[in-house]
Design a protein around this ligand. Structure first.
Ligand code: GDP
Length: 636
């Protein structure tokens, strides 16, 4: 009988965590969620669960993960993760091991006690796991690199036509980014020329895909900048290289010159006593191409390339895209083991069951072994080139792992770029996300101030939100404070404490708000106001222009209008004004109406006349000077 934790939990009306614990004690690998159980085991589950349920004792194995705790407590992984970050500043992905101390803190915060027990060794599921065979010879995976127009595509095309298309009635029907050619001496897998950066990126991500690199150099052109670049990438990857000197059919071809140039780039051809094999070819006439293929196979023999078709499944994404009507489509190169249709896999952060698998000819396959490139359908999303794949017992386990990776990535991105909570956005976030806790990091000049500020801040709360001080300390605000603030969505408050230069830059980058104060009441008032959603906006004056009042115009209905002239800048209908008579300020307020000739206008600029009325004020005189400005909010 196959069951999973959720099913058993509901059968026994207990929390999933209890089932998991008992199973763990029985030495059954939970491995995601599914496992096989017999009736005796079910009885044990029942007995064990009920006993443990009463004691409120949670048994965990040393080095358990947040996921184990979530399962044990029967609560969601995101919830645990949130609690870990906000309460304890523990930043770990759900699959990462916690220290016993960390695990204890987390479990206890949910009102449970914890005991650490080494779980019995999980029994391997003989039926599920791929059986081990022996490593056998596999075909080489080859990438062609070189300068643009030196004939990479032509060479690939020639090889393909001569060795693939001729055998297939329909020729090549699919472009999957990789294909195999069959020679009497063996198979070769070619990858479409990836571009040098892509070649190195894949390598940097640990995806050692290419066994042999073919450097194509046109015999009439010699080594060009991209040839030199390709050489650097190949040497850096420590990948064996064969130089194909192409276009030898051309009258202007000078293959010897290419050989002479190579040593300047640290490539010593065999002809010069070095190790690097070279071959003259023509992608047009096909001359030298069979020899080149032979050399590839010889090189592969020397390298003793091996893989185990029955071993652990390993593979890498060559390319992937989203196709209309087909969903995510990925070309995988199998590196070890055998991939079968119906298999559940995780690829990078994506997962799925393989619905269909085709080869480079578009032919359906049911399985693919080492060095075989296949296009697969069935992933939930598009993986990235260079992502590696892993096999799972079932889709559920695959999904769990993929979800955890996504979560892990999210945590990582939280620590590099936070959404940036600011005090003025606090209210919005409370409404949008139901934010209930305002996390604060407090830094002050002396311990006494730290305590005073902490004491007062801890009292700031209302029915909706409370302040939580996740870190406090003496000294200036440093980068570590900002890192923590970004990860925990905290606001940093400094009392007589300023950010260090590096911290300031980091805070700007990660949108962490740092507020500094030298008067304790202002600090408390701001936080109180923010919690109440009443943080007073801070404004700065931005000067608009200077206007001279030249005449008092009287209209019986509208009252008095100041006939004015804009000396500098402009005046707008919404402007604030400060009116000066000599040095004295006689009015501070705002423009009520603004007219140019007879029309109401939005603004009047330098050199123009206008008629202005002011809010509740008519005592202006000829010669009064109006300073117009606007207020711009600066704390948003
Ligand atoms: P890539 O940019 O390196 O992929 O180069 P292409 O394969 O597109 O070739 C660039 C040009 O060189 C095309 O016009 C080809 O027809 C030509 N070409 C490629 N190989 C040969 C060759 O062996 N002989 C001659 N004469 N021309 C070639």
């Amino acid at each position: 009988m196959t069951a999973n934790i959720a099913e058993l939990a509901s059968e026994f009306e207990i929390r999933p965590g209890q089932v998991y614990l008992v199973l763990n004690d029985l030495g059954i690998e939970h491995d995601g969620v599914s496992f096989e159980v017999d009736n005796d085991t079910l009885d044990l589950v029942r007995a064990g669960s009920l006993e443990q349920l009463e004691s409120k004792l949670i048994a965990l194995k040393p080095g358990c993960t947040p996921r184990d705790i979530a399962l044990a407590l029967g609560i969601g992984q995101p919830e645990i993760q949130k609690a870990m970050i906000s309460k304890f500043r523990i930043m770990k992905a759900v699959g990462n091991a916690l220290t016993d101390e960390e695990a204890t803190k987390i479990v206890e915060s949910y009102g449970f006690e914890v005991t650490f027990k080494e779980a019995a060794k999980p029994k391997p599921k003989a039926s599920d796991a791929p059986k081990k065979g022996g490593a056998i010879k596999r075909s080489p995976v080859v990438t062609i690199m070189g300068h643009v127009d030196h004939g990479k595509t032509s060479l690939l095309d020639y090889i393909r036509k001569a060795n693939v298309a001729a055998k297939e009635a329909g020729g090549i029907t699919q472009h999957i980014g990789a294909y195999q050619v069959e020679l009497p001496e063996g198979l070769i897998t070619f990858l479409d020329t990836p571009g040098h950066a892509a070649f190195t990126n894949m390598r940097a991500r640990g995806a050692k895909v290419t066994d042999i690199a073919i450097l194509v150099v046109a015999a009439d052109d010699g080594i060009m900048p991209q040839t030199a670049e390709a050489i650097q990438h190949i040497l850096a990857a420590d990948c064996p290289m064969i130089v194909a000197v192409n276009k030898i059919d051309k009258p202007s071809a000078n293959p010897d010159r290419v050989l002479q140039q190579l040593p300047e780039h640290n490539v010593i051809p065999e002809a010069y006593g070095g190790q690097v094999i070279t071959q003259n070819v023509s992608a047009h006439t096909g001359e030298g191409v069979p020899e080149l293929l032979e050399l590839i196979l010889l090189q592969a023999d020397v390298m003793e390339l091996k893989a185990d078709p029955k071993g652990e499944l390993k593979g890498v994404v060559i390319e992937a895209k989203l196709e209309k009507g087909r969903g995510p489509v990925a070309t995988l190169l199998i590196q070890n083991g055998t991939l079968k249709t119906g298999d559940s896999i995780v690829v990078g952060n994506t997962y799925g069951r393989i619905k269909a698998m085709t080869d480079y000819r578009g032919e359906k396959l049911t399985e693919a072994g080492p060095s075989v490139p296949v296009e697969i359908l069935g992933l939930n999303e598009v993986p990235g080139a260079g992502d590696t794949l892993q096999w799972f017992v079932d889709e559920k386990s695959a999904r769990e792992v993929a979800d955890n990776r996504v979560m892990g990535d999210r945590i990582k991105s939280m620590t590099t770029a936070s959404r940036g909570l600011t005090l003025s956005k606090l209210r919005q976030r409370m409404q949008d996300d139901g934010l209930r806790v305002l996390n604060l990091i407090v830094k002050a000049d002396v311990q006494g101030s730290v305590e005073a500020v902490k004491g007062m801040l801890e009292k700031v709360r209302n029915s909706e939100v409370e302040c939580k001080i996740i870190l406090s300390g003496v000294g200036s605000i440093n980068k570590a404070d900002v890192d923590l603030a970004a990860a925990s969505e905290s606001i940093i408050v400094g009392f007589n404490s300023k950010p260090e230069g590096e911290a300031k830059k980091e805070a700007e980058k990660r949108k962490v708000e740092i507020r500094t104060y030298s008067i304790i009441y202002e600090l408390i008032e701001d936080i109180e106001a923010a919690v109440k959603g009443m943080l007073a906006p801070k404004f700065e004056e931005h000067e608009l222009g200077t206007i001279e009042i030249r005449v008092r115009l009287s209209f019986s209905k509208k009252g008095l209008i100041a006939g004015s002239y804009v000396q500098e800048g402009k005046v707008t209908r919404n402007a604030k004004v400060r009116i000066k008579r000599g040095r004295e300020v006689v009015y501070e307020g705002s423009v009520a109406t603004l007219k140019h000739l007879k029309d109401d206008v939005r603004e009047v600029t330098m050199g123009m006349e206008c008629g202005i009325t002011f809010d509740n004020w008519e005592d202006f005189q000829e010669g009064d000077i109006v300073e117009a400005y606007e207020l711009v909010q600066v704390n948003e």
